[in-house]
Design a protein around this ligand. Structure first.
Ligand code: FEO
Ligand code: CA
Ligand code: CA
Ligand code: CA
Length: 681
């Protein structure tokens, strides 16, 4: 998310800022004698990689194997930057618009109207606003027929309504407008088919459906039935309504979608005394971001549909008001795209914060399953969840996918990362018995596991996790299990607070960290894979030797394809790069970047030509969401919050200067003109 509702404020007052002293220790250990701190940090970044991932000096991690021959190679030339109201894509490829905001999923919705006059009912039965994370689920393994599960992160009220949002003289938002806004958020599933080489939405497919910020959902995992989530709506604390600010995504090996709730705290308001978890996560104190609570009392209101956004305690107990409504948000939500009869399920065991991505590790028979998760705000943490159950490949095609979800996602260990300056790191267990840096235990601070999860950020503070530069998406290399996280930027990283893993302060351009977990899941080795930079940024900024053909800032969306190509997207507002290009999609094959001993190295001035710009979006947008068909012949990305696009269904068709369109976030389908695989060959 960026622009209107990009609340990434630093609410971490834990003092978990390792740095100068740890940095000194590291530099001294390596006998660094260079003059400047910047040069020293560059040395850490560059040397750390081979030293950490390659040598296995600390954890016994084997050097990642070279990929089986022949090595794949990127098969396109990097494109220059672009700053138009259209997309640009590498030579030999085409890009077209699919399923933009407002496209009906079924016959209950009227066609999208360019004057913004569609109703809230239309919106509940149509593509939502601000497409973000997504995943392609093939039907019968097909690469021509499948389901796209997709997030609708937030709204642009100016585009959603005919003349923007309104508020009446008494300060109330109109109920119909509020319902339309609630229904434009969430996630969806849409059937796609490729006919004559071109993907189309299947209108009225029985599997098409929407999840909005009002949809009935189940609460599962440690919070289910706890005191923390009992409300007037669900006195047993087992159900809740809605998902919101669904940003990054994940998926499971049993064919379900994971949608991640990110900047949801803004939709609530607590005008009383906020409990610690609400302070730490940023629930508002004067009014909700869109004022949804102001529609409470409208004569059309049903089941407190608006009142629930004001979480100020008013009743005698939690089951008489909505003081706990916000405690039903901030989770990973599991959706079964293949069965429209099922409800979405909040998998609370995976922690409660501003969730960004949720990429699974490699599924290995007999080993636990793992998901990696970022909490996207300045100075927040990187997490992972490790299932108690070990993977049984027979679960890949279960008769009840959500029961399988309960098996692997409701019971397990939640960890938060501490990055140490020597290139190792530790996963700190968030459980009642874990000792805190203050000499207590998490159990003493928060009670049981449910209390710890409700206060996940606070628990991370208490155990000494490393504050990071806004962790966004995670990705796992299918060739060797290495994990990656995009750290998009951090305006609050002052020069005095830099550390080995977040070495630039302020961090205006972002970077990508890579790590490899130990077999026991408790430690890892890490390095910095690439630093965002403008090509002319100088040695301290441009530490990866980027050029005009791959300069970028604010990495965000990211995924490996099944061949080991790493694709990452940007959500940038750093002017040293925006003056050259709009947001973009780049590709690199990390296992191709090796030293003479075959050990992986980061991107640097010698190999930077292997990081290539593949696609650029229109003015004002971010490029986000990424998924592939099984045959790697179709790549889907999303254009979110474009300024003046799309003009037609040809994504590269720029809106002419002086012409205005009502902007629509949209999926963009990218295919090779000769029908071949995307990106390589
Ligand atoms: Fe919604 Fe962190 O981007
Ligand atoms: Ca976004
Ligand atoms: Ca994002
Ligand atoms: Ca972002």
């Amino acid at each position: 998310m960026s622009r209107e509702s990009g609340d990434n404020l630093d609410r971490n007052s834990s003092g978990n800022l390792p740095m100068a002293s740890v940095m000194d220790a590291y530099l001294s250990r390596r006998s660094v004698m260079r003059g400047s701190l910047g040069a020293a940090i560059a040395l850490i970044a560059g040397a750390g990689l081979t030293g950490c991932l390659g040598s296995g000096a600390n954890q016994g991690t084997p050097a990642p194997a070279r990929p089986a021959t022949p090595r794949p190679r990127l098969g396109f030339q990097s494109i220059p930057g672009s700053r138009t109201d259209g997309c640009a894509v590498a030579a030999g490829y085409s890009a077209y618009v699919l399923a933009p905001w407002g496209t009906p999923l079924n016959s209950k919705a009227s066609p999208w109207k360019a004057d913004g006059s569609n109703t809230s009912t239309d919106q509940a039965n149509a593509m939502g606003m601000h497409h973000d994370g997504m995943h392609f689920f093939p039907i019968g393994g097909s690469s021509d027929d499948g389901l796209l599960a997709i997030n609708f992160e937030y709204i642009d009220p100016a585009a959603l309504h005919p003349n923007g949002p309104t508020t009446s003289a008494n300060g109330k938002r109109p109920a119909e407008e509020v319902r339309k806004e609630i229904n434009a958020h969430g996630a969806g599933v849409v059937r796609l088919r490729k006919l004559n080489g071109r993907w189309q939405m299947v209108d009225n497919d029985p599997l098409n459906r929407r999840f909005t910020t009002a949809s009935l959902m189940e609460i599962a995992g440690p919070l289910r039935g706890s005191e923390h989530v009992k409300t007037r709506f669900s006195p047993t604390g087992t159900q809740c309504r809605g998902t919101n600010n669904n940003c990054g995504n994940g998926y499971t090996p049993w064919g379900t979608y994971l949608t991640c709730e990110e900047n949801w705290p803004g939709i609530f308001v607590n005008k009383g005394t906020r409990p610690a978890d609400q302070v730490r996560i940023g629930v508002a104190t004067s009014s909700g971001q869109y004022g949804w609570e102001s529609a409470a009392g409208d004569r059309s209101e049903a089941n407190d549909e608006f009142a629930r956004f004001d979480i100020t305690p008013r009743g005698a107990s939690a089951t008489e008001d909505y003081r706990n409504e916000a405690s039903t948000y901030g989770y990973i939500v599991e959706i079964d795209p293949y069965d429209a009869r099922t409800r979405a399920v909040k998998r609370t065991a995976l922690g409660r914060f501003r969730h960004e991505g949720c990429c699974p590790g490699l599924a290995v028979a007999g080993k636990p399953l793992v998901w990696y998760m970022g909490d996207d705000s300045n100075n927040e943490y990187l997490y992972k969840f490790v299932s108690d159950a070990v993977w049984d490949p027979a679960d890949a095609n279960p008769s009840d996918r959500l029961a399988t979800g309960a098996k692997y996602l409701d019971h397990g260990k939640l960890y938060v990362a501490r990055f140490d300056a020597d290139g190792t790191g530790h996963w700190l267990l968030l459980a009642p018995g874990t000792a805190t840096t203050g000499g207590s235990t998490l159990g003493a601070l928060y009670g049981d596991l449910a209390g710890i999860i409700l206060n996940t950020r606070g628990a991370g503070d208490a155990v000494g996790a490393t504050p990071m530069d806004r962790p966004e998406w995670t990705a796992v290399n299918p060739l060797n299990g290495d994990a990656y996280v995009t750290l998009t930027n951090n305006s609050e990283r002052t020069p005095a607070k830099v550390d080995a893993a977040n070495p630039r302060g302020p961090n205006r351009h972002g970077h990508i960290i890579r790590w490899h977990d130990s077999d026991d899941q408790r430690s890892f080795t890490w390095d910095i894979f690439v630093f965002g930079a403008n090509a002319d940024g100088g040695a301290d900024i441009n530490r990866s030797g980027l050029t005009e053909l791959n300069q970028f800032a604010s990495p965000d969306g990211m995924s490996f394809d099944s061949r080991g190509v790493l694709w990452f997207e940007t959500d940038n507002s750093e002017s040293s790069v925006t003056r050259y290009t709009n947001d973009q999609l780049l590709a690199v094959i990390p296992t191709d970047l090796v030293d003479a001993n075959g050990r992986q190295v980061p991107i640097d001035a010698r190999n930077q030509a292997d990081l290539r710009r593949f696609f650029v979006g229109p003015n004002g947008c971010e490029v986000t969401g990424i998924t592939f068909t099984p045959d790697n012949k179709t790549l889907f990305v999303n254009i979110q919050h474009p300024a003046n696009w799309p003009r037609s269904d040809i994504a590269t068709d720029a809106t002419p200067t002086g012409s205005r369109v009502r902007p629509r976030s949209s999926t963009v389908v990218i295919q090779r003109n000769d029908g071949g695989e995307i990106g390589i060959g």
